[in-house]
Write a protein that binds this ligand. Sequence first.
Ligand code: 5RP
Length: 222
Amino acid sequence: MNQDELKALVGQAALQYVVPGEIVGVGTGSTVNKFIDALASMKDRIAGAVSSSVASTARLQALHIRVFDANDVDQISVYIDGADEIDPAGHMIKGGGAALTREKIVAAQSTRFICIADESKLVTTLGAFPVPVEVIPMAARRIERQFAAMGGTAKVRMKDGVPLVTDNGQCILDVSGLAIKDPLAFESEVNQWPGVVTVGVFAHQKAAVCLLGTPSGVKTLT
Ligand code: 5RP
């Protein structure tokens, strides 16, 4: 099975966690796109979705799945999203698709985070994948220096030769060279640096369940 097929496998498997009659939280990325495609098969049995990005909203709407504003919805029972890295405790690095801020907002509004990923995303220690951090552009240089003091190297994410602009109008720093041994403490510390909108370590909103796509089938980590 190739990576695309593994993503389709977990996208399909995630349907069992969707609660009929309710609104489901939907993340962003190529794995979530497989989930959205699978969700179309039960669109008449759910109330709709709260989406974490402009891209996922467009995909959901193209499949005639109603998308609600997060402010019009109370608690969501289940949030389904991918990850760039996940450790055995369910802590994740996210934001490879630049949607980390809205992902964290919808995750915080949800009771259970179900992570879907192919098995290559499972790691013992987070940090080999550069940590995405959404920042206010005027603070970017200072935040780069703060990461350098921690031993990391931060680079502004570029797209088409210019700094990428997120759905929230901000920019992304990708920070490499960190081994994140205490994800909760790391997330708490970076979160309080002025100019940081969101750090792409999801430890306070960690996954309750991880569905990992492997060549022998879906492995469930709880
Ligand atoms: C987007 C994310 C994605 O969930 C993460 O990048 C994984 O994406 P993919 O499923 O394409 O590998 O955090 O901001």
